[in-house]
Design a protein around this ligand. Structure first.
Ligand code: G
Ligand code: G
Ligand code: MN
Ligand code: NA
Length: 247
């Protein structure tokens, strides 16, 4: 396809870029972290979001290349921020192909070393569609990443059917509560489930992020319920690095 041909050249032509969405600490509203979100600056179509072109990249077998580009760019930005005296915690999404790769550990080590990255400032985000079925084996591999300093975040937590299995088997530091909980938090039933998830996270010593917060009422509920952080359009859209943290 035409899109495929263009996508193949996108990285070489410098058309891939990261946008950064702020993650706010609910206790005081401070921006303490940011999630890297991949964008394709297309010469004609303009800015294309990850959700639009990653599925195409996956179909064409380009996902490993594109996802690796994003991780390296995120590490480079995290290291650059630190050198300028900014130190937002950085969240980067991992693709299924990266998690499945036997070289994941050595590749992340190589990139971290190449950029002089402090791994304690980086969380690797995994989502359910990425996890596959062998949760126990994956847990062992993630434990290695964790031992090397990265923290592990479960993205879209609660959206799928295997959330509790993840919690039992995966060494995790952060739960990012799926947007669907935030969107329906006006319903009593959702609030009950959310409170239970937050209590579970507290007992496990796991931090929590509410995703897709669009209204003050949503933010206030999660703040009062004891969620640690929030992310969403109310708090900030994804923007280029220099817009998130000027200078
Ligand atoms: O930014 P957008 O709403 O288009 O993101 C859609 C999906 O693409 C999200 O599920 C997100 O996790 C995924 N995604 C965004 N950026 C990256 C990235 O850099 N690497 C990987 N593997 N996935 C990403
Ligand atoms: O699956 P993942 O959580 O990585 O997806 C992140 C994507 O969710 C972002 O790229 C962004 O496009 C989208 N997003 C971020 N904040 C909001 C929000 O407040 N509302 C909605 N509808 N989408 C959001
Ligand atoms: Mn994510
Ligand atoms: Na998510």
């Amino acid at each position: 396809t035409e899109t495929g041909t263009q996508l193949r050249r996108a990285a070489d032509r410098g058309e891939l870029t990261l946008h950064w969405q702020p993650i706010v600490r609910l206790a005081d509203g401070a921006t303490v972290a940011a999630e890297a979100l991949l964008r394709w600056q297309h010469p004609v179509r303009g800015l294309v979001a990850a959700g639009e072109f990653l599925p195409v990249a996956a179909e064409l077998g380009l996902l490993p290349e594109v996802a690796a580009w994003a991780v390296e760019a995120a590490f480079a930005q995290a290291a650059a921020w630190r050198r300028c005296g900014h130190a937002p915690h950085v969240y980067v999404n991992l693709a299924a192909s990266q998690l499945a790769s036997v070289d994941l550990g050595s590749e992340l080590s190589r990139l971290a070393a190449a950029h002089g990255l402090d791994r304690r400032g980086v969380s690797l985000e995994l989502s359910e569609d990425v996890l596959g079925s062998d949760v126990v084996a994956l847990g062992e591999r993630l434990a290695h990443q964790r031992a090397s300093g990265f923290s592990i975040a479960l993205d879209d937590f609660g959206a799928g059917s295997t959330a509790l299995a993840w919690l039992r088997h995966l060494p995790v530091d952060v739960l990012k509560l799926d947007r669907s909980f935030v969107a329906t938090v006006g319903e009593a039933r959702t609030r009950t489930v959310v409170r239970a998830i937050l209590a579970l996270a507290r007992d496990l010593g796991v931090r929590t992020v509410a995703e897709g917060v669009e209204t003050e009422a949503q933010r206030d509920f999660f703040a009062e319920a004891g969620c640690d952080y929030a992310q969403g359009w109310l708090l900030g859209r994804p923007v280029p690095a220099e817009v998130l943290l000027p200078g």
